[in-house]
Write a new protein. Structure first.
Length: 268
Protein backbone atom coordinates (compact mmCIF):
# COMPACT_ATOMS: atom_id res chain seq x y z
CA UNK A 1 0.00 0.00 0.00
CA UNK A 2 1.40 3.38 -1.03
CA UNK A 3 1.79 6.28 1.37
CA UNK A 4 -0.64 9.18 1.17
CA UNK A 5 0.89 12.37 -0.19
CA UNK A 6 1.03 15.53 1.87
CA UNK A 7 3.37 17.95 3.59
CA UNK A 8 6.89 16.71 4.25
CA UNK A 9 6.27 17.31 7.98
CA UNK A 10 3.98 14.30 8.12
CA UNK A 11 6.92 12.05 7.15
CA UNK A 12 9.14 13.13 10.04
CA UNK A 13 9.13 9.59 11.46
CA UNK A 14 11.06 8.40 8.38
CA UNK A 15 14.11 10.50 9.24
CA UNK A 16 17.15 8.48 10.33
CA UNK A 17 19.11 11.48 11.60
CA UNK A 18 18.90 13.45 14.83
CA UNK A 19 19.80 16.73 13.13
CA UNK A 20 21.02 18.32 9.90
CA UNK A 21 24.67 18.08 10.93
CA UNK A 22 24.45 14.31 11.29
CA UNK A 23 22.67 14.03 7.94
CA UNK A 24 25.40 16.07 6.22
CA UNK A 25 28.14 13.95 7.82
CA UNK A 26 26.61 10.73 6.48
CA UNK A 27 26.04 12.25 3.05
CA UNK A 28 29.69 13.29 2.85
CA UNK A 29 30.70 9.71 3.53
CA UNK A 30 28.36 8.40 0.83
CA UNK A 31 29.89 10.82 -1.67
CA UNK A 32 33.45 10.08 -0.54
CA UNK A 33 32.88 6.48 -1.65
CA UNK A 34 30.50 6.81 -4.61
CA UNK A 35 30.92 10.32 -6.03
CA UNK A 36 32.83 9.14 -9.11
CA UNK A 37 29.93 6.89 -10.11
CA UNK A 38 27.76 9.92 -10.90
CA UNK A 39 27.98 12.25 -13.88
CA UNK A 40 28.17 16.01 -13.26
CA UNK A 41 24.50 16.37 -14.10
CA UNK A 42 23.50 13.53 -11.79
CA UNK A 43 25.55 15.04 -8.96
CA UNK A 44 23.84 18.39 -9.49
CA UNK A 45 20.49 16.62 -9.19
CA UNK A 46 21.50 14.74 -6.06
CA UNK A 47 22.90 17.81 -4.32
CA UNK A 48 19.78 19.82 -5.09
CA UNK A 49 17.56 17.02 -3.78
CA UNK A 50 19.64 17.05 -0.60
CA UNK A 51 18.73 20.71 -0.09
CA UNK A 52 15.07 19.77 -0.23
CA UNK A 53 15.79 17.23 2.51
CA UNK A 54 16.94 19.85 5.03
CA UNK A 55 13.67 20.71 6.79
CA UNK A 56 13.24 17.12 7.95
CA UNK A 57 16.85 15.86 7.92
CA UNK A 58 17.20 13.22 5.21
CA UNK A 59 13.57 13.26 4.03
CA UNK A 60 12.17 14.93 0.91
CA UNK A 61 8.99 14.65 -1.12
CA UNK A 62 9.88 17.35 -3.62
CA UNK A 63 8.43 16.92 -7.09
CA UNK A 64 10.90 16.23 -9.88
CA UNK A 65 9.69 19.34 -11.70
CA UNK A 66 10.32 21.49 -8.63
CA UNK A 67 13.87 20.18 -8.25
CA UNK A 68 14.64 20.63 -11.96
CA UNK A 69 13.32 24.20 -11.88
CA UNK A 70 15.57 25.03 -8.91
CA UNK A 71 18.61 23.63 -10.73
CA UNK A 72 17.69 25.54 -13.88
CA UNK A 73 17.53 28.81 -11.93
CA UNK A 74 20.73 28.12 -9.98
CA UNK A 75 22.77 27.52 -13.13
CA UNK A 76 21.27 30.43 -15.08
CA UNK A 77 19.27 28.32 -17.48
CA UNK A 78 21.73 25.45 -17.74
CA UNK A 79 19.78 22.79 -15.93
CA UNK A 80 19.59 19.02 -16.28
CA UNK A 81 17.04 16.85 -18.04
CA UNK A 82 14.33 14.80 -16.38
CA UNK A 83 15.98 11.61 -17.65
CA UNK A 84 19.28 12.61 -15.99
CA UNK A 85 17.49 13.19 -12.70
CA UNK A 86 15.75 9.83 -12.95
CA UNK A 87 19.08 8.11 -13.63
CA UNK A 88 20.41 9.73 -10.48
CA UNK A 89 17.43 8.42 -8.50
CA UNK A 90 17.89 4.87 -9.78
CA UNK A 91 21.65 4.96 -9.18
CA UNK A 92 21.35 6.41 -5.67
CA UNK A 93 18.66 3.94 -4.67
CA UNK A 94 20.72 1.05 -6.03
CA UNK A 95 23.78 2.19 -4.04
CA UNK A 96 21.68 2.53 -0.91
CA UNK A 97 22.08 6.29 -0.52
CA UNK A 98 18.34 6.69 -0.19
CA UNK A 99 15.14 4.67 -0.40
CA UNK A 100 12.27 5.70 -2.68
CA UNK A 101 8.66 5.36 -1.51
CA UNK A 102 5.74 5.99 -3.84
CA UNK A 103 2.93 8.20 -2.58
CA UNK A 104 -0.60 8.62 -3.85
CA UNK A 105 -3.30 11.26 -3.68
CA UNK A 106 -6.66 10.76 -1.99
CA UNK A 107 -8.19 9.72 -5.31
CA UNK A 108 -5.57 6.97 -5.71
CA UNK A 109 -3.53 8.64 -8.44
CA UNK A 110 0.25 8.65 -8.12
CA UNK A 111 1.88 11.68 -6.53
CA UNK A 112 5.51 12.69 -5.95
CA UNK A 113 7.93 10.15 -4.49
CA UNK A 114 9.20 10.23 -0.94
CA UNK A 115 13.01 10.10 -0.74
CA UNK A 116 14.40 8.81 2.56
CA UNK A 117 18.17 9.13 2.86
CA UNK A 118 19.92 6.28 4.63
CA UNK A 119 22.73 6.31 7.15
CA UNK A 120 26.15 5.39 5.82
CA UNK A 121 26.84 1.79 6.95
CA UNK A 122 29.43 1.25 9.63
CA UNK A 123 32.61 -0.47 8.55
CA UNK A 124 33.16 -3.88 10.07
CA UNK A 125 36.68 -4.34 11.43
CA UNK A 126 38.85 -6.34 9.01
CA UNK A 127 38.91 -10.06 9.75
CA UNK A 128 42.65 -9.95 10.39
CA UNK A 129 42.06 -7.66 13.35
CA UNK A 130 40.23 -10.47 15.10
CA UNK A 131 43.61 -12.01 15.77
CA UNK A 132 44.13 -9.32 18.39
CA UNK A 133 41.05 -10.43 20.28
CA UNK A 134 40.92 -14.26 20.11
CA UNK A 135 37.78 -15.98 21.28
CA UNK A 136 39.28 -19.45 21.19
CA UNK A 137 39.67 -21.43 24.41
CA UNK A 138 43.33 -21.62 25.43
CA UNK A 139 44.45 -25.06 26.62
CA UNK A 140 47.02 -24.63 29.37
CA UNK A 141 49.88 -27.12 29.82
CA UNK A 142 49.21 -29.84 32.38
CA UNK A 143 51.83 -28.35 34.70
CA UNK A 144 49.67 -25.25 35.00
CA UNK A 145 46.29 -26.93 35.34
CA UNK A 146 45.80 -25.57 38.82
CA UNK A 147 46.63 -22.03 37.79
CA UNK A 148 43.67 -19.66 37.91
CA UNK A 149 43.12 -17.11 35.22
CA UNK A 150 41.28 -13.97 36.15
CA UNK A 151 39.57 -12.18 33.32
CA UNK A 152 39.07 -8.49 33.73
CA UNK A 153 35.79 -7.18 32.41
CA UNK A 154 36.30 -3.84 30.74
CA UNK A 155 33.51 -1.37 30.22
CA UNK A 156 33.61 -0.06 26.66
CA UNK A 157 33.13 3.72 26.61
CA UNK A 158 31.36 5.24 23.62
CA UNK A 159 32.22 8.47 21.81
CA UNK A 160 30.57 10.65 24.48
CA UNK A 161 33.51 9.83 26.78
CA UNK A 162 36.14 11.01 24.30
CA UNK A 163 38.78 13.35 25.75
CA UNK A 164 38.18 17.09 25.46
CA UNK A 165 41.50 17.33 23.63
CA UNK A 166 39.85 15.82 20.55
CA UNK A 167 37.93 18.41 18.44
CA UNK A 168 34.19 17.82 18.24
CA UNK A 169 34.29 18.04 14.44
CA UNK A 170 36.69 15.08 14.33
CA UNK A 171 34.62 13.07 16.83
CA UNK A 172 31.46 13.68 14.80
CA UNK A 173 33.09 12.20 11.70
CA UNK A 174 34.85 9.21 13.24
CA UNK A 175 32.15 8.05 15.67
CA UNK A 176 29.92 6.62 12.93
CA UNK A 177 32.59 4.08 12.02
CA UNK A 178 34.62 3.69 15.21
CA UNK A 179 32.21 4.52 18.04
CA UNK A 180 34.48 3.82 21.02
CA UNK A 181 36.20 6.73 22.77
CA UNK A 182 39.48 4.82 22.88
CA UNK A 183 39.43 4.30 19.11
CA UNK A 184 38.65 7.95 18.36
CA UNK A 185 41.43 9.13 20.67
CA UNK A 186 43.92 6.81 18.97
CA UNK A 187 43.05 8.19 15.53
CA UNK A 188 43.45 11.72 16.85
CA UNK A 189 46.79 10.82 18.47
CA UNK A 190 48.05 9.71 15.05
CA UNK A 191 46.92 13.03 13.57
CA UNK A 192 48.79 14.99 16.24
CA UNK A 193 51.93 12.88 15.76
CA UNK A 194 51.93 13.33 11.99
CA UNK A 195 51.43 17.09 12.35
CA UNK A 196 54.24 17.37 14.92
CA UNK A 197 56.60 15.34 12.74
CA UNK A 198 56.03 17.70 9.82
CA UNK A 199 56.08 20.96 11.82
CA UNK A 200 52.47 21.79 10.98
CA UNK A 201 50.38 24.31 12.89
CA UNK A 202 47.82 22.92 15.33
CA UNK A 203 44.95 24.76 13.65
CA UNK A 204 45.56 22.80 10.44
CA UNK A 205 45.14 19.41 12.08
CA UNK A 206 41.31 18.97 12.27
CA UNK A 207 40.57 19.69 8.60
CA UNK A 208 43.43 17.52 7.35
CA UNK A 209 42.59 14.73 9.81
CA UNK A 210 38.93 14.64 8.76
CA UNK A 211 39.81 14.61 5.06
CA UNK A 212 42.35 11.83 5.65
CA UNK A 213 39.83 9.79 7.63
CA UNK A 214 37.34 10.00 4.77
CA UNK A 215 40.01 8.66 2.43
CA UNK A 216 40.59 5.80 4.87
CA UNK A 217 36.89 4.90 4.89
CA UNK A 218 36.81 4.98 1.10
CA UNK A 219 39.72 2.52 0.99
CA UNK A 220 38.06 0.28 3.58
CA UNK A 221 35.03 0.06 1.31
CA UNK A 222 37.12 -1.22 -1.59
CA UNK A 223 39.57 -3.52 0.15
CA UNK A 224 40.44 -4.97 3.55
CA UNK A 225 42.68 -2.77 5.67
CA UNK A 226 44.24 -4.88 8.41
CA UNK A 227 45.49 -1.91 10.43
CA UNK A 228 43.20 1.11 9.90
CA UNK A 229 45.05 3.34 12.38
CA UNK A 230 48.42 2.71 10.71
CA UNK A 231 46.92 3.27 7.25
CA UNK A 232 45.34 6.50 8.51
CA UNK A 233 48.72 7.67 9.78
CA UNK A 234 50.25 7.00 6.36
CA UNK A 235 47.64 9.17 4.66
CA UNK A 236 48.11 11.91 7.25
CA UNK A 237 51.88 11.89 6.98
CA UNK A 238 51.71 12.32 3.22
CA UNK A 239 49.26 15.22 3.45
CA UNK A 240 51.18 17.04 6.17
CA UNK A 241 54.44 16.62 4.24
CA UNK A 242 52.80 18.16 1.19
CA UNK A 243 51.49 21.02 3.31
CA UNK A 244 54.93 21.56 4.84
CA UNK A 245 56.65 21.87 1.46
CA UNK A 246 53.88 24.13 0.17
CA UNK A 247 54.45 26.47 3.11
CA UNK A 248 58.20 26.50 2.47
CA UNK A 249 57.57 27.44 -1.14
CA UNK A 250 55.20 30.25 -0.09
CA UNK A 251 57.88 31.57 2.26
CA UNK A 252 60.29 31.89 -0.66
CA UNK A 253 62.30 28.72 -0.23
CA UNK A 254 61.94 26.95 -3.59
CA UNK A 255 63.40 23.45 -3.75
CA UNK A 256 66.92 23.37 -5.16
CA UNK A 257 68.10 20.75 -7.60
CA UNK A 258 70.01 18.92 -4.88
CA UNK A 259 67.03 18.86 -2.52
CA UNK A 260 65.04 15.68 -2.04
CA UNK A 261 62.17 15.46 -4.52
CA UNK A 262 58.77 15.42 -2.88
CA UNK A 263 57.97 11.95 -4.15
CA UNK A 264 61.06 10.63 -2.35
CA UNK A 265 58.90 10.34 0.74
CA UNK A 266 56.00 8.60 -0.99
CA UNK A 267 57.19 5.36 -2.44
CA UNK A 268 54.31 3.63 -4.16
Amino acid sequence: MNLKSGSVDQFEQFSQFKDLQEFNAHLEMWLAVHKKKFSKGELAGLKRLVRFAAKIPGVSNAKIGTVLKAIHEEYNGNGISRSTFKRMIAKSANLGIFTVHETERKNGSQSSNLYVFNRFPKSDPPKKDKLDHPNKTINLPKTNKNQKITKRNETVLDHTFTSDRVPQSFISTVKYFFPEAKQIEEFWRMAALAAFKNNCELNTIPETAIHSFKQLIRKMKTRAISKPVAYFYGILNKKFEEKYFEELHEMGFPAEENDFPLNFFYKK
